[in-house]
Design a protein around this ligand. Structure first.
Ligand SMILES: [Zn+2]
Length: 388
C-alpha cells in the first residue's frame, strides 16, 4: 500500500467509497421495499446520489490527467462545471419528489404499513459501514494531507447521521408512531436537496467568474512586479475553471528588447505565479511595450503601419543606388506610435557622414519611417563553450 503514489491512493479511497455507496444504495432501496420502510428507501436514494457524485469526480479526475494541455484546455473545466450543475439540479428534483411523496404518505399515516424488523438490521449495517468508511477515509486524508478527502470523510459522517435518523424512524414506527418513518424520510430528502444545492452553488460561483479579492490581487501584482524586467502591467484578469485560476495579464516591457527576451519574460512571470500560488494553473501573458515615464502606446496607430516585408522592400528599393544589398547585414524595425524606427546594421567598416545623409534623404518619401539608426558590424565572435 505504501508503494502507491498519493494520487493513486486518493483514487482508491474514492473508489472504495463509491462501491460501498452503490451497494448500500441498492441494498437499502430493495430492503426498504421489502420491510416497507419509506425512510430506508429515501436513504438508499441518498447513497445512490453519493455514488453518482463519486463516479463523476473519478471520471473528471481521469480526463483531467489524460489531457493536461489538449485542444480545449479550459473547455474541459467548463464541461465539468456544467455537469456539476446538471447533477445538482437532478438531486434537488429527486429530493422534491421524495418530499412530496412523504407529505402524501403523512396525510394517510394511519393506514401506512409498519416497517418490519429487518429494516432496523439494514439501517444498522448502513450506520456501521458508513462509520467504517469515515474512519478509513479520514486516516488516508490525514496521511496525504488532502482537504478534498477530508471533506469526503466528513460527508460519510453526515451519511451516518442520515442512517441514524432512519433507524430512529423505523424503531419509533414499530412502537406505534408510524409517521416517524415518514418524517425520517423527509429528513433524508432534505439532506439530498442540500447535496444538490451545494453542487449547484459552487459551480455557479465558478461560472460567474468570481472576482479576485483585493488582497489577493495585490499579492499577485507584487509577484509580477518582482520579476526583473517587468515595468508594469495592465488588464490583470482571472477566470475560475473547475476550482483553478487562469490568469490573463498584459506585461509592460522595455520596447527595445528582442522578441526572444520578451517571450522569456512572459515565461518567467508565468512560472513565478504558478510556483507561488498553488491554485493558479495557467497564465496567459501578453507583452506590451513601455518606455520609462511614457504613456501606453496606442495599438490602433501601430496597427495601421505597414508590415515588415513591405517596409523593407520599399527601403531597399530607395537605397539600391547608394547601398549594395551585400552591405546590409540586418534591419530591425521598431513599431512605435510615431512611426517605425529602423535599426540598420551594415557590414561596412565605416559609414561616412555623406552616405548617412543620403540614406536618410532617400527614404524621406516613406512617411511611416520615423527614425533611422545606422550601426556597423565590426566583428562577430563566437565564444567557445565546452559542453560539461
Ligand atoms: Zn451522502
Amino acid at each position: 500500500m505504501n508503494s502507491a503514489n498519493p494520487k493513486q491512493e486518493a483514487t482508491r479511497v474514492t473508489l472504495v467509497g463509491m462501491w460501498l455507496d452503490l451497494l448500500l444504495g441498492f441494498g437499502k432501496i430493495a430492503g426498504g421495499a421489502m420491510t416497507q420502510s419509506f425512510a430506508l428507501i429515501a436513504d438508499g436514494i441518498h447513497s445512490l446520489a453519493d455514488a453518482i457524485t463519486d463516479i463523476f469526480v473519478l471520471i473528471v479526475a481521469r480526463s483531467a490527467q489524460a489531457a493536461p494541455d489538449g485542444e480545449y484546455p479550459y473547455a474541459q473545466g467548463r464541461f465539468e462545471t456544467l455537469g456539476t450543475i446538471g447533477m445538482g439540479i437532478g438531486f434537488i428534483t429527486i429530493a422534491g419528489i421524495l418530499l412530496f411523496d412523504s407529505y402524501q404518505r403523512l396525510l394517510d399515516s394511519e393506514i401506512s404499513p409498519v416497517p418490519a424488523i429487518g429494516g432496523i438490521v439494514i439501517a444498522l449495517i448502513s450506520i456501521a459501514s458508513k462509520e467504517w468508511i469515515y474512519q478509513y477515509t479520514m486516516r488516508v486524508a490525514k496521511r496525504l494531507n488532502s482537504n478534498l478527502l477530508k471533506a469526503n470523510a466528513w460527508h460519510s459522517r453526515g451519511d451516518t447521521i442520515s442512517s441514524v435518523a432512519v433507524l430512529i424512524g423505523i424503531v419509533a414506527a414499530r412502537q406505534g408512531y408510524v409517521w416517524m418513518d415518514i418524517v425520517a424520510a423527509m429528513f433524508v430528502a432534505l439532506i439530498i436537496a442540500r447535496i444538490g444545492w451545494e453542487l449547484c452553488s459552487d459551480a455557479v460561483k465558478e461560472l460567474v467568474d468570481t472576482a479576485m479579492p483585493v488582497q489577493r490581487r495585490a499579492q499577485i501584482e507584487a509577484c509580477i512586479l518582482a520579476t526583473q524586467g517587468i515595468r508594469g502591467m495592465t488588464k490583470l484578469r482571472s477566470r475560475l475553471s473547475a476550482g483553478k485560476i487562469i490568469l490573463e495579464v498584459s506585461l509592460l516591457v522595455n520596447p527595445r528588447i528582442s522578441v526572444a527576451e520578451g517571450h522569456r519574460l512572459g515565461e518567467a512571470v508565468s512560472s513565478a505565479l504558478i510556483g507561488n500560488f498553488s491554485d493558479i494553473v495557467a497564465v496567459k501573458a501578453h507583452i506590451e511595450l513601455k518606455n520609462h515615464g511614457q504613456q501606453q502606446p496606442s495599438c490602433q496607430r501601430i496597427q495601421e503601419l505597414p508590415e515588415r516585408t513591405e517596409v523593407i522592400a520599399n527601403i531597399k528599393r530607395q537605397w539600391q543606388e547608394i547601398l549594395g544589398a551585400d552591405d546590409i547585414e540586418s534591419m530591425d524595425l521598431h513599431y512605435r506610435e510615431h512611426g517605425i524606427e529602423v535599426d540598420l546594421t551594415v557590414t561596412l567598416d565605416a559609414v561616412s557622414e555623406l552616405l548617412a545623409s543620403q540614406l536618410k534623404q532617400s527614404i524621406g518619401s516613406l512617411d511611416y519611417v520615423a527614425k533611422l539608426r545606422i550601426y556597423s558590424k565590426l566583428h562577430e565572435l563566437k565564444l567557445d563553450r565546452r559542453q560539461s
